[in-house]
Design a protein around this ligand. Sequence first.
Ligand code: BTN
Length: 328
Amino acid sequence: MASKGDAVREKLLELLQKNTEGYTSGEDVSRMFSISRAAVSKHVGVLRAQGHEIEAVTRKGYRLLHKAELLTEDIVQQGLKTKIFGQRGVHYLPSVGSTNIEAMQLAFTDAPEGTVVVADEQTGGRGRQGRTWHSPLGCGLYVSVVLRPDIAPNEAPIITLLTNVAAAEAVYELVGILPVCKWPNDVLIEGCKIAGNLTEIFLSGDAVGHIVSGVGINVRPLPKKLVPDLRTAPCSLEGVAGKSISRVELLQAYLIRYEHWYMLVKEQGFAPLLTRWKELTDVVGKELTVQVRGEAIKGTVTDVSTDGMLLLRSKSGVEHRLFSGDIL
Ligand code: BTN
């Protein structure tokens, strides 16, 4: 149930939105809502914590620079044309450690396939190989889905490729630029990382129990101080598109593309997905080095196997089947 404070903030936001060219004075707001100036400043603080960017200038007042979009279940489901993904629960969290961990916990308590967890901010966002996925408030789309596929554990890398394809196609829908998929999990635009995914598999005996597939898509530029930390230079959708991007539309596009490929894999096996992934990647035929658990393996990529492994032939003719690794 919305509190009295929520109602004031909603009205305050509307007011600021009507006057983005100028400033709205704190005094006017305090008079309008019959609250103290201190209360006005508190409400502005809460709105900022929700991801709205509000400038405050002494003797002028407040100005809305960027309105954050909420990713609540009813907003995400409005007009969402999927049958499963996002229709069986969208768990929206303003802030969470990691959406993957949250989704894992839900999966262990029987959350159905297609359950979605999305957050405005992750305080412990996880990347591959134990890296951190910087997830500041409102900068990206941080989303995880619960899957219960009928596949063998050694076929699970296919889910990483599927997530890659869904993210690349969603990006294309929003900005009209087709990204490149870099094995195993990066999505790039002109060599810069726009998205990455982390797929985590949970075994039940020797079968796949469930999978949590999480993707992070950079929507707004990361604060500069976080960039030097990264292996591949990042870019953002708003940066490449030169316009503001709706995270709600991006999430909807992603879930639609995800469902499309997931259902196709169920119906027709991995072949159509692999064909699509190969259209989106530029690694096949390239000579490169892949770092696998501290070892650098050099060779030419001959193909991706039917279950999603990278096939790398070294000069001596040895063929490596790589489950995971980092292309250097
Ligand atoms: C990588 O490129 O290293 C993978 C990044 C995956 C980040 C996403 S954001 C949503 C989900 N929750 C996490 O903690 N990680 C994934």
